[in-house]
Write a protein that binds this ligand. Structure first.
Ligand code: IPE
Ligand code: IPE
Ligand code: MG
Length: 254
């Protein structure tokens, strides 16, 4: 069952067991800057998105090598539908191609795929391929890649609010039972740990409606690199920066 690549990764020293600083268990990335990368080269934006897919491949490999358990990739926001139709078509086309060409290999690497966001806005064949990818990889345990597609945190929070309101209205839940835990259980991430580290590339320093609830205590790292140029060294740099941070969760330092 295990391919040679598989066993190589399994025997690589894992930083969290080697006495080094702790590795972030869940890394989430706002993959930004594809358009600027292309424009700087006099290329169409599509070329930047294509190069961005290569960076996704590299990043998944880096996450496995560092022993990160969860990697969330912000691939398409609920607001990205507002882009020109041609660019939306290019992006959905790349998603379709990625699902058809990469999933088998990711499966062989032991990657589990999860999707969050409003997948119903995509074409039926893409929805079917997303469901197929989740089904095929459901039992994999090396790394879970959560792909945020047509994802918006405010919409996610509103949907959870609507769900608890419906249960209270139906008499199945008491208002006093609405707690952080019961509310979070109705978000799209009930079984996913909160991100420890959120990386945004491209130099922008904002969250753009990404994981607003789950990011409450995430460490934020903003890198001055455009997403298509993001590689293993940047991933390692962000993890090293995370390891230097002191996380307090509101408690007294020390
Ligand atoms: C990120 O790159 C990809 C998506 C948001 C889908 P952008 O397309 O936002 O690139 P910039 O920010 O315009 O450079
Ligand atoms: C955030 O990037 C969304 C993704 C990376 C998928 P955007 O490029 O859409 O964000 P803004 O518009 O600069 O805030
Ligand atoms: Mg952008």
């Amino acid at each position: 069952m295990a391919s040679p690549a598989h066993s190589q990764i399994a025997t690589a020293p894992r930083p969290e067991t080697s006495g080094a600083a702790p590795v972030a268990a869940h890394v989430a990335i706002i993959m930004d800057g594809n358009g600027r990368w292309a424009t700087a080269r006099g290329l169409p934006r599509l070329a930047g998105h294509r190069a961005g897919v290569e960076a996704v491949r590299r990043t998944i490999r880096s996450a496995v090598e560092h022993g990160v358990g969860w990697l969330t990739l912000y691939a398409f926001s609920s607001e990205n539908w507002r882009r020109p139709a041609g660019e939306v078509l290019d992006l959905t086309g790349l998603l379709r191609h990625f699902l058809r060409s990469e999933i088998r290999e990711l499966h062989e690497q032991g990657v589990r795929i999860r999707v969050i966001g409003d997948r119903t806005r995509f074409d039926a064949d893409i929805q079917a391929d997303l469901a197929g990818a989740e089904r095929l990889t459901a039992a994999n345990a090396r790394l879970t890649v959560v792909v945020a597609l047509s994802y918006g945190a405010r919409a996610e929070i509103v949907a959870a609010a609507r769900a608890v309101a419906a249960e209270v209205a139906a008499g199945r839940m008491d208002a006093a039972e609405i707690t952080e835990e019961s509310f979070a259980a109705r978000l799209s991430t009930p079984d996913i740990p909160d991100p420890d580290l959120i990386i945004r590339t491209s130099g922008e320093q904002r969250l753009s409606n990404f994981l607003l609830w789950q990011a409450a205590y995430a460490e934020l790292v903003f890198l001055d690199v455009l997403w298509p140029d993001f590689g293993a060294a940047h991933f390692a740099e962000a993890l090293a920066e995370y390891a230097r941070r002191e996380r307090r969760f509101g408690a007294r330092p020390g």
